[in-house]
Design a protein around this ligand. Structure first.
Ligand SMILES: *Cc1c(COP(=O)(O)O)cnc(C)c1O
Length: 455
């Protein structure tokens, strides 16, 4: 190496050190702000707007596939990861950076820990990326992991089939709210605990603090899918969880314009199976290595769209939670409805546990989100008559929308897992999953009312 090369590379490293220090200082300042302020601005404040954004008040979209370098020294420093770089949009992208920062800041809000975010092409990609390295198995040992049985249909398939193909067995916890039922499933080959909370569609809950304590006692991490709650209602890292995964296609991306996912991991996750670098900043390590090698990246346009959606996340979650409670109370009083499962109803067996964890951030009023389910009193055919009679509520295998959406899980989201799997997860063919949007709740009730009258 010539002296000139060393000097050139070093110059870029010194410059990068300054950029990193400025960014760390900005992040520390942003962390002191309230939730709504972080959601609205994230890391894109006046400073960023006037340095890279030409004064634009919204984060710029960078559709470019790759980054050009000023000279060979900068290229060398960048590609050996000695300076921050985005390099190639499969690995990173400046617009995606703003989303990852916002996501990590919101998810670690009120938590003493630091966290890093990683944006992915879908929620399933986030889950797969988050769990796969924990199941590394060069010796072909009999691995397992423990998960709540009440998980999203895609997660059920991923855990039950895809992971089994790799020699990792899932052990389902059927009553996750009974924390004493978790421990007998854990042994020396267990790599992590996984909980979806509240689960889609049953709204199963787990005592996250107790589950985190249990996981850590066994030297393994707790991973939580908090898609349905969003950080506006629940932040698992503050309760001891190590990694949070999201389908940003759902509630966080309320408008319904993009498929997307995200991982947020605290710095210093607990795992006796990973090395120091992996544990230190798991999400960053994922991004730099396994994620780069498998390619489930988010586009700049999707990141831009999600940033716009998330600015009003708390307001939307508070309003839609209120609407859902009103709709649930109406359904609970209807003679054609056998039961209503909504965590916000005092009659729900998990209401008290849910109330410990689900609250509107910064004002602490309990709010239970906008996912609920109910079963029709009658046959599977009656459920379909009702469902086909809906006139404004969309029939779609979707949730988390600003528009009310309903589905019959047994013929849609949970069809693949078969009758046995549905029984395990508690999903009868008369169950309707309803996600209440931001329409006036009386209009939603009127639609349900006329559809129920058709049975
Ligand atoms: C939809 C969903 C997923 C999967 O997310 P995609 O973005 O559709 O891949 C994971 N978890 C939960 C709770 C979901 O509702």
């Amino acid at each position: 190496m010539t002296t000139a090369t060393i000097n050139g590379v070093d110059r870029y490293i010194a410059e990068a050190r300054e950029t990193m220090a400025r960014r760390a200082e900005l992040r520390a300042r942003v962390r002191r702000l309230r939730f709504d302020t972080i959601a609205v601005h994230g890391m894109y404040g006046l400073e960023e707007a006037f340095s890279g954004g030409q004064g634009g008040i919204v984060e710029p979209i960078f559709p470019s596939t790759s980054q050009a370098y000023r000279d060979s020294d900068e290229m060398e420093a960048a590609l050996s990861y000695r300076i921050p770089t985005w390099c190639y949009s499969r690995i990173h992208n400046p617009t995606v950076f703003y989303l990852e920062e916002t996501l990590a800041l919101l998810e670690s809000y009120g938590c003493s820990c630091d966290a890093t975010g990683l944006a992915t092409s879908s929620g399933m990609a986030a889950i797969k990326q988050a769990v796969e390295p924990l199941l590394a198995n060069p010796q072909g040992a009999p691995l397992n992991f423990v998960s709540t049985a009440q998980v999203y249909g895609g997660t059920f398939q991923l855990f039950n089939l895809r992971m089994a193909e790799r020699g990792a067995r899932v052990r389902w916890v059927t009553e996750p709210w009974r924390i004493e039922t978790w421990e007998p499933l854990i042994d020396e080959h267990t790599r992590f605990l996984y909980a979806e909370m509240p689960s889609n569609p049953q709204q199963a809950c787990t005592d996250l603090e107790a589950a985190a304590e249990l996981a850590h006692r066994h030297g393994i991490p707790l991973i939580v899918d908090a898609t349905v709650a969003t950080p506006a209602l629940m932040r698992p890292l503050a309760h001891g969880a190590d990694i949070v995964v999201h389908s940003l296609s759902k509630t966080a991306g309320t408008g319904g314009n993009a498929i997307a996912g995200g991982i947020v991991a605290r710095h210093g996750i607990v795992s006796r199976h990973l090395d120091d670098e992996q544990r230190g900043d798991y999400a960053l390590w994922l991004k730099l290595w396994p994620f780069r090698d498998s390619g489930p990246c988010m586009t700049a346009t999707t990141a831009h769209y999600l940033l716009s959606e998330m600015r009003t996340l708390r307001l939307k979650m508070a309003q839609m939670s209120r609407n859902t409670l009103e709709v649930a109370r109406y359904l609970a009083g209807h003679p054609r409805v056998e039961r209503v499962d909504y965590l916000g109803l005092e009659s729900h067996p998990l209401h008290r546990l849910a109330s410990r964890y689900l609250k509107v951030v910064d004002d602490d009023t309990p709010a239970y989100g906008h996912l609920m389910s109910f079963t029709i009193r009658g046959s599977a055919a009656d459920a379909r008559t009702f469902f086909d009679g809906l006139g404004r509520i969309f029939r779609a295998t979707d949730l988390g929308r600003i528009k009310s959406v309903a589905t019959i899980p047994a013929i849609s989201t949970h069809q693949q897992q078969g009758e046995e799997g549905r029984k395990l997860a508690g999903i009868p063919p008369t169950m309707v999953r309803l996600c209440v949007g931001a329409e006036h709740p009386q209009d939603t009730i009127d639609d349900l009312d006329q559809a129920l009258a058709r049975i």
